[in-house]
Design a protein around this ligand. Structure first.
Ligand SMILES: Nc1ncnc2c1ncn2[C@@H]1O[C@H](COP(=O)(O)OP(=O)(O)OP(=O)(O)O)[C@@H](O)[C@H]1O
Length: 263
């Protein structure tokens, strides 16, 4: 049995072990400024590294395991570490320490405009994005008609995307991102962007797309959105996993954390 077929028979999985991520934000300069930054810091998330740089500890010792059927809500206040966690899962960030392992085809549905080249045409961007997502040129051409039809961009697809309005850009990126079936789907609230007509059209496509994924991780601030899509939750707080469990319990834990923080 080939490695690929063994992996396919095992099903999708995602596991993080003791993952930490930090960003250097300040080097040299006044000691007193550093001191006051560290003192006021974002609830203990600021630290200094071995080179005396101030760093933001965006994730600290995060361990999580997801398997087929998990529909995970990533919950937490601004700066809690949700986006950083999604980026580690997608392989965009390497952990400073710890390990992140995934099995199965991943579709990152966040930071989506990062993969768009504004100087090339809509058609070429579709091809580029398809290749980044791991499709062969033949698979991309097979899906092209469907993508083109969904975008409703017509002749605009022949010209550079820097000429597109933001709504047109949303249509293009959305159509491309949902054109193949991922096993692990990583999303944020980006999916809610767009005009009303587009959203109602997008709704059906998102539903089918999400249902087909083996694992979903969705970061959102909206309890309504999370209740609709997810069956379990992870509460992030200041870079750490504060709670993990049933969605309703996770939302309760979040309400408790936010009420305590605002007192
Ligand atoms: N590139 C970066 N450079 C420096 N600090 C960063 C960077 N990216 C994230 N951070 C910091 O890491 C922490 C976690 O940020 P992250 O974007 O993961 O939070 P979040 O939970 O997604 O927040 P939000 O709900 O506001 O989007 C924050 O303190 C943030 O300022």
């Amino acid at each position: 049995m080939s490695k690929a077929s063994i992996e396919a028979s095992l099903g999708a999985a995602l596991s993080l072990e003791n993952v930490s991520v930090s960003f250097p934000i300040y080097h040299g300069g006044s000691r007193s400024l550093k001191k006051s930054l560290l003192f006021r810091g974002s609830g203990g998330q600021l630290a200094t590294d071995a080179n005396d740089r101030i760093t933001v500890e965006a994730l600290r010792h995060v361990s999580l395991q997801f398997e087929v059927g998990d529909r995970v809500a990533l919950i937490g206040s601004n700066g809690a570490g949700k986006t950083t966690l999604l980026r580690v899962m997608a392989g965009v960030y390497e952990p400073v320490s710890g390990t992140a392992r995934t099995r199965g085809r991943i579709s990152p549905m966040f930071d989506i405009s990062l993969g768009i080249d504004s100087e090339i045409s809509g058609y070429d961007n579709i091809r580029l994005r398809g290749l980044i997502l791991g499709l062969s040129p033949e698979e991309i051409e097979e899906r092209m008609a469907d993508i083109v039809e969904f975008t409703e961009l017509g002749d605009y697809l022949d010209i550079p995307v820097r000429t597109y309005s933001s709504g047109m850009m949303t249509r293009l990126t959305f159509a491309v991102a949902t054109c193949f079936e991922p096993e692990i789907l990583l999303m944020d609230e980006w999916i809610m962007a767009g005009d009303a007509a587009f959203l109602s059209k997008a709704q059906h496509r998102v539903e089918t797309f999400v249902e087909k994924a083996s694992i979903l991780v969705l970061a959102s601030h909206s309890a309504e959105v999370l209740k609709r899509w997810c069956n379990k939750g992870v509460l992030m707080h200041k870079g750490e996993v504060r709670f993990e469990g049933e969605l309703a319990q996770t939302l309760d834990a979040y309400a408790e954390v936010t009420s305590r923080d605002t007192v």
